[in-house]
Design a binder for this molecule. Structure first.
Ligand code: G3I
Length: 305
């Protein structure tokens, strides 16, 4: 196979990218997207502030644009994200507990209902744990007012809203074995033991020189898979350039392929030109949509050429 998506498909995986609706009018962006990728994640368009900036008034226009494009090209769609402390409209933080619970469940029901049957995996809860050695929950309106049970409640609501979608917990700095990934591991283990619905864990995998691809990346993915969930690399990008960046990308892909329950990889953008890392060159295509060494390393690791 000569494209990322086709090569990944031969390995039984998808290969996706984050997409921003406001670039879908740019022909080089769209042709690279359509040629190389077979899954998309809206980069911002499904977030709470984008779809429900005012309570119970939903605007799906930008996200619909991405989903329609993906469907017209036969691409899968990852949903990102339902319950997150960031990109959360300020009205949510003003609600008292009972009202917040109602609003959270309504948000999940409305958004998942709108996309029912169209999303292969949903990031139901994103980034609920702190960095560092504590393994503690991160402060957020949900955590602070609803307590630890908000994650379970969100997943139970999500299962009922779209029973066919895979329900994922998604986080960063959980790619290797560390206090934060241990905390997520314990959450998933507890959910599986008690029958709380969860199908997958997303490992964002934003890497740079201070936080490189961990040596125990594969082992960490495997220990989660051994709990009985799928794992997905959900927001891969790696700062750097040239051979070093290419080697890291190849290693990340090989780690996924070595774990049978690692079902797909998503890179966090099509081109360096539009990366959220404004000063970096962390993606597979440069600002002119030329394939980088990192692209070749990924394609090769996927068995393509
Ligand atoms: O849409 C507004 C626009 O109206 C306004 O004029 C402009 C001025 O700042 O801001 C625009 O919003 C920006 C938004 O992206 C859409 O472009 C925000 O400022 C900007 O902060 C936001 O950044 C996004 C970031 O999440 C916010 O947390 C990045 O694009 C997006 O790549 C990034 O993605 C996150 C994942 O969702 C979760 N994991 C980490 C990852 C990287 O930070």
């Amino acid at each position: 196979a000569s494209t990322l998506g086709a090569a990944a498909a031969e390995k039984g995986r998808y290969f996706g990218t984050a997409v921003a609706a406001n670039h879908l009018g740019e022909s080089a962006y769209v042709s690279t997207l359509d040629t190389e990728f077979n899954s998309v994640t809206p980069e911002n368009e499904m977030k709470w502030d984008a779809v429900e900036s005012t309570r119970n008034s939903f605007n799906f226009a930008a996200a619909d644009q991405i989903v329609s494009h993906a469907q017209s090209k036969g691409m899968k769609v990852r949903g990102h994200t339902l319950v997150w402390h960031s990109q959360l409209p300020s009205w949510v933080g003003t609600l008292a507990a009972a009202d917040l619970r109602t609003a959270m469940n309504n948000h999940i029901n409305q958004v998942m209902g709108h996309y029912k049957g169209k999303i292969h995996s949903w990031d139901v809860v994103n980034e609920a744990f702190q960095d560092g050695s504590s393994g503690a929950r991160r402060s957020s309106p949900f955590q602070d007012k609803l307590g630890n049970g908000f994650i379970e409640e969100a997943f139970r609501t999500a299962r009922a809203a779209d029973p066919a979608a895979k329900l994922c917990y998604n986080d960063y700095n959980t790619d290797g074995v560390n206090a934060k990934s241990n905390a997520v591991y314990n959450l998933v283990k507890d959910f599986k033991a008690r029958g709380v619905p969860i199908d997958c864990v997303g490992f964002q995998s934003h890497f740079n020189s201070a936080s490189p691809v961990p040596a125990d990346y594969q082992a960490n993915l495997q220990r989660f898979a051994d709990l009985g969930v799928d794992v997905q690399i959900t927001e891969l990008d790696i700062e750097g350039s040239g051979t070093a960046q290419a080697t890291s990308y190849g290693n990340a892909v090989k780690a996924c392929l070595a774990v049978s329950r690692c079902t797909g990889i998503t890179v966090w953008g099509v081109t360096d030109k539009y990366s959220w890392r404004a000063s970096g060159t962390p993606l597979l295509f440069d600002g002119n949509y030329n394939k980088k060494a990192a692209y070749t390393a990924v394609l090769t690791a996927l068995g393509g050429s």
